[in-house]
Write a protein that binds this ligand. Structure first.
Ligand code: DX5
Ligand code: ZN
Length: 243
């Protein structure tokens, strides 16, 4: 298959990770929400050392999610200290207003919540049009069947396994069945895109998530709350890839 050079839709992710988009290899995406914000560059260096594949960045607006976090300047600062693809998770209302500025700041992947997007198809295509991977995110109480109409318009799907808002919450086990249901939907459509799971994941349950079809594992407190975040990423990876 011929491929154009330069910035393609799959560009930023594919360059760093040849397995991108296949949904086969498990990638660990530490969430910097649980990092020490006073030493962000150092924290990033630690998870790079452990073999993190992506850096998950949680953006909350105090409306869609009951918390306020960070904005484009921090994404831009992260971009300068790492070559890891930045996986920007927008838990905000009216994300279309801010997508261009987050892409400009250096996002390689942008996910938006279907609960916050009345025109999800349009929003996903806006992200793609800017040369960035588009992700559709769903809350624990939202059925994955809602995503069926946009499966061809999304480059990955983010299943929340806690309610958006905070790091360190308890994993909601029913979300494993959603991952299985989504995997079935994707297979039926012959669509091979990664399923990302976010919230309450650690060494104890990462294997269950992978078995259910998850190939991007977001981990905040289990990585940055550990005494040695590099080692925590290594252990998560080993556990996730265990046969
Ligand atoms: C929650 C965020 C998550 C969170 C994950 O709203 O989207 O990315 O940082 O943190 P842990 O792994 O601690 O649940
Ligand atoms: Zn997140």
């Amino acid at each position: 298959m011929k491929q154009k050079k330069g910035k393609t839709r799959a560009g930023p992710l594919a360059r760093t990770n040849p397995g991108a988009g296949t949904g086969k290899r498990v990638r660990i995406a530490p969430s910097i929400l649980s990092a020490d914000f006073a030493h962000l560059a150092e924290e990033v260096r630690r998870v790079e050392e452990g073999g993190a594949a992506l850096l998950h960045v949680d953006i909350m607006d105090g409306h869609f999610a009951p918390n306020l976090t960070i904005g484009p300047p921090v994404v831009e600062a992260l971009r300068r200290v790492t070559s890891l693809p930045l996986d920007v998770h927008l838990m905000i209302e009216e994300p279309d207003r801010y997508i261009p500025v987050f892409v400009e700041a250096g996002a390689a992947m942008v996910s938006v919540h279907c609960e916050a997007c009345p025109h999800l198809h349009r929003t996903l295509h806006l992200i793609r049009s800017l040369g960035t991977q588009a992700g559709a995110a769903v809350n624990p109480s939202t059925a994955v069947s809602l995503l069926e109409p946009v499966l061809d318009d999304t480059d990955f799907i983010l299943l929340m396994s806690v309610n958006p808002g905070f790091g360190g919450q308890k994993f909601i086990p029913s979300t494993l069945d959603k991952a299985k249901a989504l995997r079935k939907l994707l297979r039926a459509r012959k669509r091979s895109i990664p399923i990302e799971m976010d919230g309450g994941l650690g060494e104890a349950n990462v294997r269950d998530a992978v078995k259910a079809g998850v190939s991007i594992v977001v981990a905040g407190s289990s990585v940055f709350g550990a005494p040695d975040p590099a080692e925590a990423v290594r252990r998560l990876r080993a556990e996730a890839q265990r046969k």
